[in-house]
Every structure is written in C-alpha cells, then in structure tokens.
Design a binder for this molecule. Structure first.
Ligand code: F6P
Length: 337
C-alpha cells in the first residue's frame, strides 16, 4: 500500500511524533510506501509532496511544529460534495496519480470536518486528532494539550511570586479557542484563585467580591486565569477587559499577561510524544486492516477509533459537572458565578 500524511490547521507539539508513528509503523511493520503532503490540504491540490524513508523520519520525535508545514486551507469545505468549483475532481485525480491508498489527516476540528468530506467523495481517509485546545469531539484527549498545560502552568507559577511581592492581581489569558480546557487545567495546577471559562460565563461583580474577600483575609494578591474564548461586554480582548474591570472594581493594582503562541511552540512533553506515537501507530493499523473513514481516538487509557462522520462539526467543551471544577469550588476557587 502507499499512504500520504498531511498536517492541517494550527501547529501543535506532537505532530512530528505522529508523522513518525504513522510512517515508521507503515514502513517497518507493514512494508508500505509513505509520502508526506506539504502544507495541509493545499498540498494535495498542488501535488506538493515528498517521499519518506525510515531515515527521513528519524530525529523528529521531540521536534515542535510540523516538518510537513501546515495551512488553514478551507477552499473546498462547503462546495466539495457538489464539486461546484472542480476541486473535488482535482483532489481525486491527484490522489489517483499519486497512487495513494489512503491519506492520514492530522488536525483539529476543521481538519476532521474536511477529512470527512474527502471520505464522502470516495477517498480513503484516516483522521488523527491534534490540538492544544483539547476540543476535538470523540477523543478523551488530544496530543498538544498536555504540553500547553505544562507551559501555561509554569508561567502561572512564575506569576505567583511577582503578584505576591507587589500585592497585585495578575490576570493570565491562555489559549483554547472557544473551550476552557487549558484555562481549567492550568488554572487548577497553577493554584489560581479565579478561573474563568467560556462555558460557564462570569459575573464580574462576583469576581471582584472574591478578590476583595481574599484581601480582607490577609491575601492582598490574586491570580486570575482566563480563557481567550471569554465574551466581553464591549468586545475587547478578555485579558484587557477583565484587567481593567478588576482594577476599577477592587481598587487593587492589576496587570495582564497574554501567553499566546508560546503555548503551542517547542518540544512536546513525554506524555504527548507517547500519545502521538500510539495514535499514529493505530492510524496505520486501521489502514492495514482497510478500516477507512475513521478518526483514531483515546477512550480512557485505550486507543480506539470512531467514524469521521460522527466527529464532523462537533466541539468537545468543558461541562459544569467537570470534577476539577467541583473540587475547585470545594476549595474556594471562584469560577465567575
Ligand atoms: O487551535 C489552536 C489555537 O492555538 C487556538 O488556541 C487559538 O485560538 C488559535 O489556534 C490561533 O490560531 P492562528 O494560528 O490562526 O492564529
């Protein structure tokens, strides 16, 4: 068999470990041919590819980013089924001209949606979930998330000492798109006093009361971890709005930190390397068994797979009954309501 691998959407630590997991299993265990497709789905449209060997897949396990390049190419997302713009024909033709038996699509929600469309027009596709946001539906966890939480937690740890020295409130905005997974996990691991998630919303009066209450109890500083997906009344960036609302409401000097892209840069954690390796290996196993149109996933501690059609268009978000939230509330952490 001959397979292609592509990465699409925002990059994230662990993509190269996945490429290696898919590719080395394919070459060494199943004797398949493997090519890399450059820059996401645009690489299939342009037939922009490279051949992989066992050797070219060495030394990339701990590398951040993606050796294949990536893009947020969405050109055929809506029109491909009717082939209004002829893209479906080009993709099918290129797939055949490259003699591919399957394409492994490594990516987040948008990628899995496109992967499902390609599967529906008759291509053999396997999806691998990838995102620091942990919001891909159908898998308990995606690689990149653990690394991002480690980076964000380390930053929150560092903000504690400066917050306490200056008796300030520190507002830290973390990534997560529309979901609050990074804010919840890094906030709890970093000992935050207030954690605000898009899924729960917030009442700024309650946030200010909690901060003032801490000050009255002899703790004149606070750490507030907020998700980038929070809504604000005036459309301002969450860190900006929450910081000024706290300073005005409490009279305590308040500073903001936006962690940004550091959260998805650099080397994957050991947990993410092993997760990516297992998901990648399972993707190749599905191909060898001709079980196409599926996304590999984690169910508890086990690697598994589900139909791409079940994943497409859904989002996995934090629910109010999350055990970390319940435990946080029992320890006096404020979740904004
Ligand atoms: O999905 C990963 C992510 O890093 C989000 O957390 C963030 O909102 C977004 O990508 C930023 O992406 P871009 O690369 O388009 O700026």
């Amino acid at each position: 068999m001959k397979i292609g691998i592509l990465s699409s959407g925002g990059d994230c630590p662990g993509i190269n470990a996945t490429i290696r997991g898919v590719g080395k299993t394919a070459i060494m265990h199943y004797g398949m041919e493997v090519i890399g497709i450059h820059n996401g789905f645009s690489g299939i449209l342009k037939k922009d590819t490279e051949e992989f060997t066992e050797r070219s897949l060495s030394g990339i396990l701990n590398l951040g980013g993606t050796i294949l390049g990536t893009s947020r190419e969405k050109a055929f997302r809506k029109l491909i089924k009717k082939d209004v713009d002829g893209q479906a024909s080009i993709i099918k033709q290129n797939y055949e001209e490259l003699s591919l038996d399957c394409i492994v699509c490594i990516g987040g929600n948008g990628t899995q949606k496109t992967a499902n469309l390609l599967s529906e027009i008759g291509l053999n596709i396997i999806g691998v979930p990838k995102t620091i946001d942990n919001d891909v539906w159908g898998t308990d966890v995606s690689f990149g998330f653990n690394t991002a939480v480690n980076i964000a937690t380390d930053s929150i740890d560092r903000l504690h000492s400066t917050a306490s020295s200056h008796k300030r409130v520190m507002v830290v905005e973390v990534m997560g798109h529309k979901a609050g997974w990074i804010a919840l996990h890094a906030g709890m691991a970093g000992g935050a006093d207030v954690i605000l998630l898009p899924e729960l919303g917030y009442d700024i009066e309650k946030v200010n009361e909690a901060i003032l209450d801490r000050a009255h109890r002899g703790k004149p500083y606070s750490i507030v971890v907020i998700a980038e997906g929070l809504q604000t009344p005036d459309g301002r960036r969450p860190a900006d709005y929450i910081t000024s609302a706290i300073e005005e409401g409490t009279g305590i000097e308040t500073r903001e930190t936006v962690l940004g892209y550091t959260q998805r840069g650099g080397s994957p954690s050991p947990f993410d390397r092993n997760l990516a390796t297992r998901l990648g290996g399972h993707a190749t196993e599905l191909i060898a068994n001709k079980q196409f149109g599926r996304m590999v996933c984690m169910k508890g501690d086990h690697v598994d797979s589900i139909p791409l059609s079940e994943v497409a268009g859904k989002l996995k978000i934090v629910t109010p009954d999350n055990e970390l939230i319940l435990q946080g509330r029992r320890m006096g952490i404020t979740f904004g309501r």
